[in-house]
Each structure stands twice: as structure tokens, then as C-alpha cells.
Ligand binder design. Structure first.
Ligand code: WTA
Length: 648
């Protein structure tokens, strides 16, 4: 851990939204006068009926429930579009940068956005979508992805975005889980010069999704795709037939806005549900505070809309604040490792928000690609998704930002809706690798294995002691799973699943997941999901999956596979299994290493000892590192595993 210290730079010390004293006073008030504080903060939104209630949440089993601003009524798309029209109708809302540097960027003003979203909303209505319906969105990073989210919000439909890199099987599971009757997709996606057959994937997924009545298809590449008569509609054809205005649906603050599936320790992915008022407030407030957003800033969050970062910090947060948000179709290092910095220069980006895994990949290519660009417009650099190693932090700070841009390391989760622990550029002295301090109203605690709250400098499990507006409200269709997953390990507290350390200055350092979730290139992956995919293969009897340190991805996927009797281990089978998982879930789940194991280390009661599997995958194979193996049913299996370890 680094002990370096970076005070607030001079350019940020003046004129920032909050300096250190202001941040401290604001935080103290958010806790001490919570109701007044949130009533005031609620005024940042335009309400049809302003709320009189703030936090009505409880984490206790007896009266469990999360609710914010319950009697308020609003429409999220109005807050992201209509209310800006009078003042900044002609200002660019979305800049779209295509995959290829030779293609032309597109710009949509707030007026354009209004027309696009209204038409899209009318198309959805025409297709039969009504308030409360689930709409699955499987799109590439094109402007229509943002329009689709907002069109759902306009008519009160609940969107469920599925990342375009997921397989037909994964898409099908997510459609079935929320019983979605509508899908929005594109003919094809385009990423790093390659096309992704999105429509064909949807067709494959829908073989097992009889509930789906309508598929709306965006023409993105113009590729030739099959259209099922009576089911599939081209967006551009339908949009030409409808009005460019669509009255917004009044929504209660606690009406659902979206479902987003994310991986947990056990079982299939959970449909994390966010609602309208609290979520939007949280996305907007944290976007403004973390990035010290000022009108006119050009802001780029280089995430994908398929993840929560894209929801909160490409679409909802920035648009709620009337910002100019950049959407990039491609990947940071294609066609060259300078691409990301060229986009910064091309659009004069002030704030760049990306993931440590992208930084590590770019860093590896050397500084020349960075130095060949100007980057003079940059004032602020953000990161999210995984712990940032101090080496990547320093490179981002010194090489990319030339020492002048604070690094805003935001810790949060799909479940939290927006940033929870993060610096504010004018207020927070930085330590590389620390996400620093909590946002308003967030009460982090570090607890030991028994749940005892540790004070002062300490390390343990990170929990949040009380509700905040952006908190998820339930797991779609399984409220009990919501309670069991997050509120029973440490009763009365929200369990994050992350470990953390608090230093003597009160800075929080996230140490990584303490459960069976791994973080591959900033993407969450449940080890159980990869295991279930593996055991579906006819040659596999049993599988155990763990994470191991990976230079670029942060964590890689290491799979131990026991074959059915009669099956022979081979490199060919290893390849087959890797391809199999890729097809079942998607490329992000492809194992980095597969080790054939005649047996897995189990306790006498049959429980797999993952601690040992993790150590072996990490290359820690000394008796000391492996620890006590006396509880194993058959200690000899460990020797076999050590002897056959894969390089990864
Ligand atoms: C990890 C992404 C350290 C963490 C927004 C968390 C981080 C999981 C950071 C959530 C950070 C995210 N420092 N770890 N700044 N940000 N994480 O749901 O383990 O895709 O629990 O949300 O990513 O991943 P999710």
C-alpha cells in the first residue's frame, strides 16, 4: 500500500463545489439532520408532486423494506430531458463517437434527444408496451441505447439491459427471469472492427422465450438479418409513423425504473431492482459531487451501458444534470493504444471516467501512445470497478493527467446505484489506491467476522449501517433472497461482500471481494455461474472455479475440472471446455486456466475447500501457504493439484 499523499491541486482548491470543510459539514448534516438534508437535496429533481417523506427504510427483519421519497411523483425522462429544454435545448446532450476513427461522430442536442426519445416511446406504446412491463434491451454502444432507456422511463416501462457481450443462453435466462415480453436489439454491433450478431443472438435466445411478443430492431450496421413477421419491427420504420411528442407517465418515486442482472456468490444472477426517485437523485448528486460537474463540461464515462456504470454515469446522472455526455462505441485500445486519448482530444473531454483494467492494458503499451496526444482539456480522471493498484494510479495521474488532474477512485456496486466512497476533487487529499471517504448519508462500517464494529484503524468486512437513496429495493421476483443475501450475515446492516481497511486518517481502502464473486476486468462474475456452465458439458463430473491475480484483468478465472470416468484429459478438451463456457455465458466468462483434477479437496462432510484451491491457483503451494489440510477427507488430492498446476 502506498503512503503517498496528493493534496488538492491549486486549480481545484479555488471554485470547487466543495472544499474540505464544506464536505465535512455537508456529510455531518446528512447524518445528523437526515430528513431536512434529503428534503433539500430532493429539490434537485423536478417533481410532479414533491415528496414530504424522505427515508422510510429499515434493515431489520421485523419491518424490512427500503423506501425513499415515497409520496413524491415524477418522471425520470422529464428530469433528464424536458426540464433542460428551455435553458439548453440546443446544447449537446450526447456526443457519439463511433468504433472506427474514420467514421463521423454524431451529436444530439437536448431538443434532438427529446424528439428521439418521444418517438421511441411512441413506438414502444404502439408495440403494446404499458407501464410496469419489462423491456429487455440488448444493444451495442449506439445512441439508440440511451434513447431506449429513456423511452422506457418516459412511459413507465421497466428496462432490463443485458450486456451485448452475453450469449443467447445468458440473454434467454434474463428474459425469462423477469418475464419480459419485449426485446430491443440491433441488427449487429460493431466493436474493435468486428461485428457482433446481436439480432441472430436474440433469435437464438427467443427459441426458449415464448413470452416475447415483439422485437424492436435498430438498424445499426445495415447488416442482413432475418425478421420474423408479426414479431419483429424495424425501429426506423415505426418511428417514421409516430409523433415526435409523447406525454410522460407520472411515476411514484418508488415505482421501478430498471432491473439489472448481476452476479452473486450463489445461484443464478440476481435482478437488481432500482426505483425512480431515489435512484435518479443519487445518480445525479454523485455525478455532480464526485466529478465537480459544471455546466459546459464535456464528460466521458468509457463504460458500457450494459453495466451499472453505464446506466448511472453515461445516461441518468449526467443527463439529470444537463451535461454533455460522450458515448463511445468501441474499445480504448483499438485500432491503436492511442485511441482513447485521441477521442479525448477530438472532443476536448474534461472528465474521463474509466476502469483500472483498461489503464493497465494501456500502460503496458508504453507512454509514447499517450504522449503523442495533447490531453490538455483533461481536468479530472475517474476510475471504478475494481481496486486500482498504486502503479496504475500513478501512471494515470502522472502520464495521462500530467500531474494536474485529481484521480477520483469511486467505490460502489450495482446494488448501490451510484458512488458510495469517493473523493471530491476540491475537498479530498488523495492517497493512491484509496477510495477515501463516504458520500453524503453513507455510513460505512468495518466489522469483524462476528459482526463487531471495529473503530479507528481497522480491517475487516465492509458494511453500510443505514439506507441511502440509491440503494437497490429488491431482487426482482424474490424479495426474500434480497433480505437473505444482504441483511442476514451482519443483521441490521447492508453487507457489501467487499473487504476494506480504514487507516489512521479515516481513509477507506477496498481490499476486494470476501465472497465467491470474482472481478474480471472490472466485470463481476459468480464462480458458481462458471461452475454450472462447466458441469453442463457431458465430459465434466464436477468443477470448482476460483479467481487468481492477473496482470491486466485484475483477476483471472481458474477452473478445476473433474472429468467423468472414461474421459481423458487433453489440451483439445481444455479448449473445448473454454469455448463451451464462452458460448454458455459470454466471452467475459472464458476461463484463463483449466486444470484437470482427479479429485477436489473436500472436507469430510463433502464441502469443497476453496481456500486451498485459491492458494494453488495463486501459485502459493508451500505447506505453510496451504495451511491446515488435516480436515480434508483425502489429503493426497492436494499433492496432485499442486503437481499439475496450470500457468494461467
Ligand atoms: C468492485 C461496479 C475497489 C467491488 C460499479 C464491488 C471496486 C464490485 C471499486 C461491484 C473501487 C467497484 N475500488 N473495488 N473503486 N469499484 N469495485 O456491481 O468489489 O459491477 O463490490 O459495480 O466491484 O461491481 P459492480
Amino acid at each position: 500500500m502506498s503512503e503517498d499523499f496528493f493534496p488538492v491541486p491549486q486549480i481545484w482548491a479555488q471554485g470547487a463545489l466543495m472544499d474540505r470543510a464544506a464536505r465535512e459539514a455537508d456529510y455531518a448534516r446528512s447524518i445528523a439532520d437526515s430528513h431536512e438534508y434529503w428534503m433539500e437535496r430532493a429539490q434537485r429533481l423536478d417533481w410532479i408532486t414533491p415528496p414530504t417523506r424522505s427515508n422510510d427504510s429499515s434493515f431489520a427483519e421485523s419491518d424490512f423494506g427500503i423506501s425513499w421519497f415515497a409520496d413524491g411523483v415524477l418522471n425520470v425522462s422529464v428530469n433528464c430531458i424536458d426540464r433542460h429544454l428551455a435553458e439548453r435545448g440546443d446544447q449537446t446532450a450526447i456526443i457519439w463517437e463511433p468504433d472506427s476513427p474514420d467514421a463521423s461522430p454524431r451529436r444530439y442536442s437536448y431538443n434532438d434527444l427529446h424528439a428521439q426519445v418521444c418517438r421511441f416511446a411512441n413506438v414502444l406504446k404502439g408495440a403494446g408496451v404499458t407501464k410496469g412491463d419489462r423491456v429487455t434491451i440488448y444493444l451495442p454502444m449506439i445512441p439508440e441505447a440511451a434513447f431506449a432507456l429513456l423511452a422506457c422511463a418516459r412511459i413507465g416501462a421497466i428496462h432490463s439491459v443485458v450486456f451485448g457481450g452475453f450469449s443467447p443462453e445468458a440473454l434467454c435466462g434474463r428474459i425469462q427471469d423477469c418475464d419480459s415480453r419485449f426485446v430491443i436489439t440491433a441488427d449487429e454491433g460493431c466493436r474493435a472492427g468486428k461485428t457482433v450478431p446481436l439480432k441472430a443472438n436474440v433469435d437464438a435466445a427467443l427459441k426458449d422465450c415464448p413470452s416475447v411478443k415483439r422485437v424492436i430492431v435498430v438498424q445499426a450496421t445495415g447488416g442482413d438479418v432475418a425478421m420474423a413477421p408479426g414479431r419483429d419491427l424495424w425501429l426506423h420504420e415505426e418511428a417514421a409513423k409516430v409523433a415526435a411528442d409523447c406525454p410522460p407517465e407520472p411515476m411514484r418515486a418508488e415505482d421501478p425504473l430498471f432491473i439489472l442482472y448481476t452476479s452473486g456468490s450463489t445461484g443464478k444472477p440476481k435482478g437488481v431492482l432500482h426505483t425512480s426517485g431515489g435512484y435518479l437523485l443519487w445518480a445525479g448528486l454523485t455525478h455532480e459531487l464526485c466529478f465537480d460537474y459544471r455546466p459546459g463540461d464535456i464528460y466521458w464515462c468509457a463504460a458500457d451501458i450494459g453495466w451499472v456504470t453505464g446506466h448511472s454515469y453515461i445516461v441518468y446522472g449526467p443527463l439529470a444534470n444537463g451535461a454533455t455526455t460522450l458515448m463511445y462505441e468501441g474499445v480504448p485500445n483499438h485500432p491503436t493504444p492511442a485511441r482513447i486519448w485521441q477521442v479525448v482530444d477530438r472532443h476536448q473531454v474534461q472528465t474521463l471516467f474509466t476502469a483500472p483494467t483498461a489503464l493497465r492494458a494501456l500502460m503496458k503499451e508504453g507512454d509514447a501512445h499517450v504522449k503523442a496526444t495533447s490531453r490538455a482539456s483533461l481536468r479530472l480522471l475517474g476510475t471504478v470497478g475494481e481496486p486500482i493498484n498504486p502503479e496504475a494510479w500513478r501512471w494515470y495521474h502522472q502520464v495521462v493527467g500530467e500531474g494536474r488532474c485529481p484521480i477520483i477512485d469511486t467505490w460502489w456496486q450495482t446494488e448501490t446505484g451510484g458512488a458510495m466512497i469517493a473523493p471530491m476533487p476540491g475537498a479530498t487529499d488523495l492517497k493512491p489506491g484509496s477510495a477515501t471517504f463516504p458520500m453524503p448519508g453513507v455510513v460505512p462500517q468495518i466489522v469483524d467476522a462476528e459482526g463487531a464494529v471495529l473503530e479507528g484503524a481497522a480491517e475487516g468486512n465492509l458494511v453500510i449501517a443505514q439506507s441511502w437513496p440509491g440503494q437497490m429495493r429488491t431482487v426482482w421476483g424474490d424479495h426474500d433472497r434480497f433480505f437473505q443475501t444482504y441483511f442476514t450475515t451482519f443483521p441490521g446492516k447492508y453487507t457489501t461482500g467487499d473487504g476494506a481497511r480504514r487507516d489512521a486518517d479515516g481513509y477507506y481502502w477496498i481490499t476486494g471481494r470476501v465472497d465467491d464473486v470474482i472481478n474480471v476486468s472490472g466485470h463481476r462474475m459468480g464462480t458458481a455461474e462458471v461452475e454450472s456452465a462447466l458441469v453442463l458439458h457431458e465430459s465434466v463430473a464436477e468443477a470448482a472455479v476460483v479467481g487468481f491475480p492477473h496482470d491486466i484483468k485484475g483477476q483471472g478465472i481458474y477452473a478445476y475440472v473433474t472429468l467423468n470416468s472414461g474421459e481423458e484429459p487433453s489440451d483439445a478438451l481444455r479448449k473445448t471446455l473454454a469455448t463451451w463456457v464462452r458460448r454458455e455465458i459470454g466471452p467475459i466468462a472464458t476461463p484463463d486456466a483449466i486444470q484437470f483434477a482427479p479429485g477436489l479437496p473436500k472436507t469430510r462432510s463433502g464441502k469443497i475447500m476453496r481456500r486451498i484451491l485459491r492458494k494453488i491457483a495463486e501459485g502459493e503451494v508451500s505447506a505453510q501457504a496451504l495451511g491446515d489440510t488435516s480436515t480434508l477427507a483425502d489429503p493426497a488430492v492436494v499433492d496432485n493439484l499442486v503437481a499439475n498446476r496450470q500457468a494461467g
